[in-house]
Write a protein of this length. Structure first.
Length: 308
């Protein structure tokens, strides 16, 4: 047996032990009770989507595929930008500049509009070579599998393009209606328009826990026994746990860490240089072909800031 095979075998058995221990902790001490033990919430960290799939499949074997909802984040979980410019880390850097250094010459005029142009222009890569395969494993076993992303509705076409280009489709096992809804809507408990289409829920940065519950309600989906979710941000996982606290739905939350090194290595200076180099070409494309795919912001001098 190869070292890699041994590691996978060890990982699988370790996962089995974890799930069994969590079940044992929740079981009733009475031997007369016939009620199945209640699953417990847990949060763990992994750099392998295969571990998430393994656990979801093991739960489906015990509970039934329809009782396990699998949720994937997209950015830095399934896919990542080819460069720092336009990445999730770039977005949060720009967001922080807005409050920490609003007059910075590195700050773009509108980070949402700029990111839309960068999503249009840039390709994305899978976070791990078999990312699409792990999604397919779950779908082939009949589990409902969806994506819930913080991306807004303006990015839907770019998002579907890169998912498709990387061999990932959530349509086969999407929550009903399978094709989703033809129009954006404000989810229950939300404040901004969101869109659910072909198994991808674009939530426009709203609380993923609230959004998950709202999506189950809007689609008329019975609440599952367990939600298995993978996301690179702990805050999103905690929000999902909080949303289902006190219900009969357990949340098995996996913080995906494969992209942590790339996030830590993000170079704002390099990203700013790349933006300065790329911006003229994007302006020319928009001038010649029109703003159908993105709409770049005009440069403005912000109030209280001197002209650069």
């Amino acid at each position: 047996m190869t070292l890699n095979a041994r590691c996978k075998q060890f990982r699988f058995y370790g996962l089995m032990v974890l799930v069994l221990l969590l079940t044992a902790c929740a079981s009733s001490p009475s031997l007369e009770s016939e009620a199945p033990p209640k699953l417990q919430n847990f949060m763990a960290t992994t750099d392998d989507l295969g571990m998430v799939a393994d656990e979801a499949l093991q739960l489906a074997g015990r509970l039934g595929a329809e009782q396990v909802l699998v949720v994937f984040d997209i950015d830095n979980t399934l896919l990542a930008m080819e460069q720092g410019l336009g990445s999730d880390q770039w977005y949060y850097w720009q967001k922080d500049l807005e409050t920490e250094d609003p007059c910075s010459g590195l700050r773009v005029s509108d980070r949402f509009m700029v990111q839309g142009a960068l999503f249009f222009a840039s390709a994305m890569r899978p976070t791990q070579a078999d990312a699409a395969e792990q999604v397919s494993r779950l779908q082939d076993a009949g589990l409902p599998v969806i994506a819930i992303t913080s991306r807004g509705t303006d990015y839907r076409l770019q998002t579907y393009r890169e998912l498709r280009r990387n061999g990932i489709s959530f349509w086969p096992n999407a929550l009903p209606p399978q094709q989703g809804f033809s129009e954006s809507f404000i989810p229950e408990g939300g404040s901004r328009p969101a869109r659910y289409e072909d198994g991808v829920f674009l939530t426009a940065g709203q609380d993923k826990g609230v959004m998950t519950r709202a999506l189950l309600e809007k689609t008329g989906t019975p609440v599952p026994s367990v939600i298995v979710i993978a996301d690179d941000k702990s805050e999103n996982l905690k929000n999902v746990m909080a949303a289902f606290q006190g219900t009969d739905t357990a949340v098995h939350a996996w913080r995906y860490s494969r992209e942590d090194a790339n996030v830590a290595a993000f170079d704002p200076g390099k990203a700013a240089e790349e933006w300065d180099a790329l911006r003229p070409a994007l302006i020319k494309i928009e001038q010649v072909l029109g703003p159908d795919h993105y709409d770049l912001p005009v440069d403005v001098i912000r109030e209280g800031c001197a002209a650069n």
